[in-house]
Design a protein around this ligand. Structure first.
Ligand SMILES: *[C@@H]1O[C@H](CO)[C@@H](O)[C@H](O)[C@H]1NC(C)=O
Ligand SMILES: *[C@@H]1O[C@H](CO)[C@@H](O)[C@H](O)[C@H]1NC(C)=O
Ligand SMILES: *[C@@H]1O[C@H](CO)[C@@H](O)[C@H](O)[C@H]1NC(C)=O
Length: 335
């Protein structure tokens, strides 16, 4: 496979200093232009919803009737807190929000599982916004943050009409990046013999963006023990400092050194951002078993123990971190 593809590369370049130069590769960068994002399309409508399209064109949509819903598409994976404006509601109007990464799981009754991967795929449920609704600007409770989703469904849960507008998501990942698109590395490799000549470039940027979404604020981990179904909570503390790199934006949202084996080189070549790795490794060393020297299998609050493989991945990760950063002060024994 590699021998077939390599001669076809027209251009490939990596850089790990400052900002990448502008070029055709920028079209493949998934990161949003702004830290506040708005839905780009209406994916589905069910029941009486007037002007659903207003939600993607600065307008107001009205849901009238219990069970009426509209599913909005942000165009890419996002994660963070939803805000919206309640323009008009009666005393008894109420809504619920559900979230999913894949359109397959769009549902007015449940979100894709982030608390626990249950066989029924309905562990999480929805975020209820009960009556009486506030008037004007509203933001979802921070503890109910969703770390990864593309589709947001707004459901009317009463027979009273409710008018909403200005739906947005304030992105929570990569909190130390004012400009999410400011990568230091870039990649571009056309492959004229493959059916999608930009396939490799798309894969590279998909990996880079995935790792960006996995770089999260310290106090946004999944709660352990997992909250009872239905529900989710992402307000646990993930380690000794943030931002910190976790295994997945939606789930588990915990430090896993084995996953870092792939994620850290990805982050090095894309954003050259090693702070989340330093914080994750420091978290593992802070939890070393003083009697045996064993490192934990995962970060808190999961804090799983007893994996030789993941112990070794923390050591490999420390080697990689030093190799990429030259930061001897953080990696010296006893520091
Ligand atoms: C789904 O399964 C979980 C256990 O994994 C259970 O707690 C929950 O009630 C179930 N949800 C539904 C809607 O059946
Ligand atoms: C609309 O949402 C944006 C982004 O969340 C917010 O900054 C703005 O204040 C909201 N507009 C109104 C009129 O509330
Ligand atoms: C997380 O949020 C829940 C619900 O708001 C709250 O009861 C709990 O105390 C919070 N936990 C932490 C660690 O902040």
């Amino acid at each position: 496979m590699v021998s077939v593809l390599l001669p076809c590369f027209l251009a490939a370049a990596l850089s790990a200093q400052a900002s990448a130069p502008a070029g055709p590769w920028d079209a493949f960068n998934y990161a949003p232009k702004s830290r506040t994002v708005f839905p780009t399309a209406v994916k589905a409508v069910h029941g009486p919803v007037q002007n659903a399209h207003g939600l993607v064109s600065k307008g107001t949509a009205t849901l009238s009737g219990n069970g009426a819903w509209v599913a909005l598409d942000f165009g890419v994976e996002v994660g963070g807190l939803v805000s919206l404006n309640f323009d008009k509601a009666s005393e008894r109007s109420s809504i619920a929000l559900s979230f999913t990464e894949s359109p397959v799981f769009i549902s007015p009754r449940t979100s894709d599982d982030s608390s626990y991967p249950s066989a029924n795929m309905s562990y999480d449920g929805v975020l209820h916004v009960p009556a009486p609704l506030p008037t004007g600007f509203w933001t979802q409770p921070p503890a109910m943050l969703r770390g990864g989703y593309r589709y947001l469904t707004i459901v009317s849960t009463s027979n009273e009409p409710v008018a909403v507008s200005n739906v947005s998501c304030a992105i929570s990942f990569a909190p130390h990046f004012p400009n999410l698109r400011d990568y230091s590395g870039y990649f571009y490799a056309e492959d004229p013999v493959f059916h999608d000549e930009n396939f490799l470039t798309k894969v590279w940027y998909a990996g880079a963006y995935t790792v960006q979404t996995n770089t999260v604020p310290l106090h946004t981990g999944r709660q352990v023990p997992f909250v009872q179904s239905p529900g989710w909570l992402n307000n646990a503390t993930l380690g000794v400092a943030g931002p910190i790199i976790v295994d997945g934006a939606k789930r588990d949202r915990a430090v896993w050194p084995g996953d870092m084996g792939i994620a850290v080189p990805t982050q090095f070549v894309s954003t050259n951002d090693l702070l989340p790795t330093r914080n994750a490794l420091s978290t593992m060393f802070a939890a070393i078993d003083p009697a045996t020297g064993a490192l934990p299998e995962s970060g808190p609050p999961l804090s799983q123990l007893g994996s030789d493989t993941y112990h070794a991945w923390t050591l490999i990760g420390t080697h990689n971190y030093f190799l990429y950063s030259g930061d001897g002060a953080s990696t010296r024994p006893g520091s």
